[in-house]
Design a protein around this ligand. Structure first.
Ligand code: SF4
Length: 407
């Protein structure tokens, strides 16, 4: 797992056999959860225009391949925002943990910090990533509501990301096993990428473009526009700010927070200042680990204070993930721009644009998690990180000199 590369310069390890076997096994309940950026890239694998929004066909394809349920990881992205924004508000108002708060939904960034910047681990949000929240919620809440034996569920995350194959195998990603007292149960069983799904569909002889649109299943299939934009760099920040604003002020978020221009675009490091009530939040958005190093050095040198920092590893965020359909070097920028544009367009078209207003999510909190950061939410939806700098061995001293950001 340590060798999985987020941008797939090392090829992803196929995981398809187990998923295909589950699709054929009548005793298994096969549940797919689909990440935000797959729906704007999957069509490319079938010759469709770059950035085509193919959510309905993607769901139909999964059903045709044997899914018993198709749920939306955008729903869990809303959950991540609610938990992460609540944590940020606590850091800002109760000063219980250090600032800045860093996002935690990119497992390659988390691993990078664990190895090279372990002193930053208290600053990384304890909120699990969307698939990290989706997995245990399906095996507990969803299974109970639908009358499904959790032991029969095969949870598959469809993602743009090869690093997520490692994330689901982290030892601590078994909250459902602890909650249900079912040792051996995993929260998420498999991760397959956009490309792997496209290959599966082609081998199965399915004509993707002729599929009739289908819809997500209920209970964990509804999402806000804030969940949609999780798929691109700056999206997590923009989504979190919409919710944090309303949590702090109890007033509707102003219009400009629905198009937070300074955090949009493809500049490797972007900054913004946002007023939330009496607070003025200093924000930064970064993609790429070399840019993280650069940013941390600059921050150390300038002594500037930051409150909230989003980090994604891949160029442009998850829309440029290692498991996505690829493009030639000269076409890469167009590819990334079209996918980003498609996600922002979708967000702008939606009535529901704030994570904490998602009706299915509200129902989940009423019936199960009670409120953000409750003891059960902490148990199921939050995690902790490990100092892995020992992996550097003799090189550790060399990297220590790069740890320059005092927090
Ligand atoms: Fe995976 Fe997204 Fe991180 Fe890339 S940016 S490693 S696709 S989570």
């Amino acid at each position: 797992c340590a060798n999985v590369c987020p941008v797939s310069s090392i090829t992803e390890k196929p995981e398809m056999d187990a998923v295909i076997a589950a699709a054929k096994d009548p005793d298994k309940v096969l549940i797919f959860s689909t990440s935000p950026s797959v729906r704007v890239s999957l069509g490319e694998a079938f010759g469709m225009q770059r950035g085509s929004f193919v959510e309905g066909k993607m769901i139909a394809l999964l059903r045709k391949l044997g899914a018993d349920y198709v749920l939306d990881t955008n729903f869990a992205a809303d959950m991540t925002i609610v938990e992460e924004a609540s944590e940020l508000v606590e850091r800002l108002t109760m000063h219980d943990k250090p600032l800045p708060q860093f996002t935690s939904c990119c497992p390659a960034w988390v691993k990078f910090a664990e190895i090279y910047y372990p002193e930053l681990l208290p600053n990384i949000s304890s909120a699990k990533s969307p698939i990290g929240m989706q997995g245990p919620t399906i095996k507990t809440y969803f299974a109970k509501k639908m009358g499904i034996d959790p032991k029969k569920i095969v949870n598959v995350a469809l993602t743009p990301c090869t690093a997520k194959k490692c994330e689901i195998r982290r030892g601590e990603m078994n909250a459902s096993a602890r909650y249900l007292d079912l040792p051996g149960l995993r929260d998420m069983d498999h991760v397959i990428t956009t490309r792997e799904l496209a290959d599966w569909a082609k081998k199965a002889g399915i004509d993707f473009s002729s599929l009739e649109d289908s819809k997500f299943d209920k209970l964990m299939g509804e999402a806000s526009g804030a969940g949609v934009i999780f798929g691109n760099t700056g999206g997590v920040m923009e989504a979190a700010v919409r919710t944090a604003y309303e949590f702090v002020t109890h007033e509707p978020a102003p219009k400009e927070l629905y198009t937070l221009e300074p955090v949009r675009g493809m500049q490797e490091i972007r900054e913004a200042a946002v007023e939330i009530g009496t607070l003025c939040l200093q924000l930064a958005v970064i993609y790429g680990t070399s840019n993280v190093r650069r940013f941390l050095s600059m921050a150390k040198e300038s002594g500037k204070h930051y409150d909230f920092i989003e980090v994604m590893t891949c160029p442009g965020g998850c829309i440029g993930g290692g498991g996505q359909p690829k493009a030639d070097v000269e076409e890469r920028r167009t590819m990334v721009d079209s996918r980003i544009e498609s996600l922002y367009k979708r967000d702008a078209q939606m009535k529901l644009r704030k994570s904490h207003e998602n009706p299915e999510l509200k129902q989940l909190y009423e019936e199960f998690y009670r409120k953000p950061l409750s003891p059960i939410a902490e148990e199921m939806l939050h995690t902790s990180y490990t100092d892995r700098s020992g992996l550097l061995g003799e090189d550790a001293g060399k990297y220590k000199t790069l740890r320059t950001f005092a927090v």
